[in-house]
Design a protein. Structure first.
Lengths: 476, 167
């Protein structure tokens, strides 16, 4: 590894300003960027161990699903009228994680936030694999999963006609559009980096594969010009797409008449929750990566600090939404709503509600402390609680609403079974398996974008005299 | 037969100097290779605005219209009749139209990138060198045979670490 200063001990600076010396003081030249980021592609024991754990979790989920197909959906913990349980909770959880990645990448790109550069590749990959994970759950819900194509809304001979006024139909189109655009966004951003890998590759077979994947990219100024323009437009499309998709997911609930669901606050509440949970997952992923691959001088404490501020802000938005929900329940004057809220916080589901409130509202307040924002161990620890809290947020929205509707016969309980938990574990195995395979094959940090913020070599010793290297980071 | 001259540079300002000198001399058509986009090179080359935006606009408009059209046509052809409610209503169909606008607009942007940048490319272009994706800058000037000597001289004078002709 190159000789470096100790950026971790650097004084807190203005991390949102895209200046090379400020962002990555220990990265000196382009060759160093290539060498150190490509080193992450070498297999290591830690990576292999993590992959084994992920595959083991996936096998647990796969066995549970096989058992469920054999025995029927009764082995899951459904208890009418609670017919949406852990599966839909986990579906919304992964959709939320998935929405944050592209939002972090696209919106921070549009706002020229400098700290985006070193975290966005992770966030985009996280998006694609999280949406792939979420996409499994509508199929896992089925008693006969081989008939999954019946779910696709198209006019057919079964006389099931698409209702374009239904949020569930919007959801199908929104999520499939989102998966397509997110994957495209990730892949387009990867093309120049794959070309860099291609040019460094010695193995002829691998070189051929990388040549095909890079589409013959050759780094000409004209290619970069079209690339920057296309990337900008994709970011501009992705940002409102994310807002629309998670709003539509929230409409799946908000357009029903179930107590606690029928509220106009759901769309912004879900979007803020998605960014919050996504930042939590980014921390869960990026902190071990920077440690294992010795990338502390790329993902510096300034980057983590800026990410933690975003996390704190979205936590407060989510917390505010929780409090406004209570207020709406009280101020609306509906006894059913009021009973639902009481039952949710102090009654049957108090434990789930307080886990959610503690993890999502109280613990993130620690990020007001600058020393904790700049402490990777604390951020990693906190990210686990954020993930747990956000899973419980979806649980608290879905299960208490269904278990305490308008009439006493609808008042019931719900207990997940080992099948539910196994499939939940399996979903994490599926997600991390893909992510680990990704980081083994493709650069986990964006090589070409990091080079943009590294000062270029100059012939003249004092560039200010007659040559001025532009401020990096604004190549749109 | 040699088609042009390639200069490899280590420094950004030297590359800019070479581009400006070649343009001033009207030596030939210049292609610049750079490991990362730099404004300095863009200013020196001074290219036309990328037409990718036209693909984006056309795709976005087509997607939005197609979204409305599919929803209205399907709803009228396979009607779900609910008393007191119109079969085709533009407010919920706007959601569908928006999603298709983003989908078609995004994909046509990528198509625009591919068309404008000339990718996928099956073979490497004359003048390209693998080092241009790592740390070096390249200036390839395609010119008439009688201009090759001038091009070589300019590239060397501006600080190219390596200059050679290519076919």
């Amino acid at each position: 590894m190159a000789t470096m200063a100790h950026p971790d001990n650097d004084m807190p600076a203005r991390p949102n300003i895209a200046k090379a010396g400020l962002q990555l003081p220990a990265v000196k030249d382009y060759e160093q960027v290539d060498r150190e980021i490509m080193a992450t592609l070498r297999p290591s024991k830690g990576w292999f161990l993590c992959l084994l754990v992920a595959i083991f979790c996936l096998i647990i989920g796969g066995l549970a699903w096989t058992y469920q197909i054999h025995e029927g959906l009764g082995v899951a913990g459904y208890n009418p009228p609670v017919m949406w349980g852990v599966y839909i909770v986990t579906f919304v959880f992964w959709i939320g994680i998935g929405h944050a990645g592209t939002l972090i990448s696209a919106i921070l790109y549009l706002f020229r936030a400098g700290f985006r550069t070193t975290i966005y590749r992770c966030a985009e990959a996280m998006t694609v694999f999280a949406v792939m994970t979420a996409g499994l759950f509508p199929i896992l819900h089925l008693g006969r999963p081989w008939k999954f194509f019946w779910l696709i809304p198209y006019p057919n001979w079964r006389l099931i006609w698409p209702n374009f006024k239904s949020p569930l139909v919007w959801d199908v189109f929104a999520i499939s559009t989102y998966l397509t655009i997110s994957t495209t966004f990730l892949f387009i951003g990867l093309i120049p980096d794959v070309a860099t890998l291609r040019d460094a590759e010695k193995n002829p077979i691998k070189k051929q594969i990388l040549s095909a994947l890079s589409f013959g990219w050759r780094n000409s100024e004209a290619e970069w010009r079209h690339f920057a323009r296309a990337y900008l437009f994709l970011a501009a499309f992705s940002t409102p797409l994310v807002l629309s998709v998670h709003s539509i997911v929230s409409f799946d609930f908000a357009m029903s008449l179930v107590p606690g669901w029928h509220t106009t606050i759901f769309a912004p509440y879900f979007v803020a929750g998605a960014i919050f949970s996504g930042m939590g997952m980014v921390f869960t992923i990026i902190i071990p990566i920077r440690k294992l691959f010795k990338l502390q001088h790329y993902v510096t404490l300034n980057h983590l600090d800026a990410g933690a501020k975003l996390c704190l802000f979205t936590s407060m938005v989510v917390g505010c939404a929780y409090l406004v929900e209570f207020f709406i329940g009280w101020y609306g004057g509906s006894p059913v709503e009021q009973q639902y809220w009481w039952n949710r916080v102090f009654g049957q589901w108090w434990w789930a509600a307080w886990i959610m409130l503690t993890c999502n509202m109280i613990l993130p307040l620690s990020l007001f402390s600058q020393s904790l924002r700049r402490n990777p161990s604390w951020l990693f620890f906190l990210s686990f609680f954020i993930n747990i809290g956000m899973w419980f947020e979806r649980f608290v929205i879905i299960v208490p609403g269904l278990s305490h509707e308008y009439e006493p016969w609808q008042w019931t309980s719900y207990t997940p079974t080992f099948v539910d938990y196994s499939i939940l574990i399996g979903s994490f195995g599926w997600f991390f398996m893909w992510f680990l395979l990704f980081i083994r094959q493709l650069p986990v940090l964006a090589i070409s974008e990091i080079k943009e913020i590294v000062p270029p070599k100059l012939k003249r010793a004092h560039p200010g005299a007659d040559f001025h290297a532009d401020t990096p980071g604004d190549h749109a | 037969m040699i088609q042009g001259m390639l200069g490899a540079f280590k420094e950004l300002d030297a590359t800019v100097d070479a581009i400006e000198a070649l343009k001033k001399d009207r030596t030939g058509e210049i292609t610049v290779y750079t490991p990362t986009p730099r404004h300095e090179l863009e200013h020196a080359v001074h290219p036309a605005v990328s037409p990718v935006r036209k693909f984006t606009l056309a795709g976005g408009l087509f997607g939005a219209c197609a979204g409305y059209w599919i929803a209205i046509w399907c709803s009228n052809y396979w009607p779900l009749v609910v008393g007191g409610k119109a079969i085709s209503t533009w407010i919920p169909f706007t959601v569908f139209s928006f999603e298709l606008m983003v989908l078609v607009g995004g994909l046509s942007t990528v198509a625009g990138l591919f068309i404008c940048a000339g990718i996928p490319r099956l073979t490497m272009t004359v003048g390209y060198d693998g080092r241009f994706s790592h740390g070096d800058y390249g200036v390839w000037v395609q010119c008439a045979p009688e201009k090759l000597k001038d091009a070589e001289a300019i590239l060397r004078r501006c600080g190219a670490v390596e200059v050679h002709g290519a076919q």
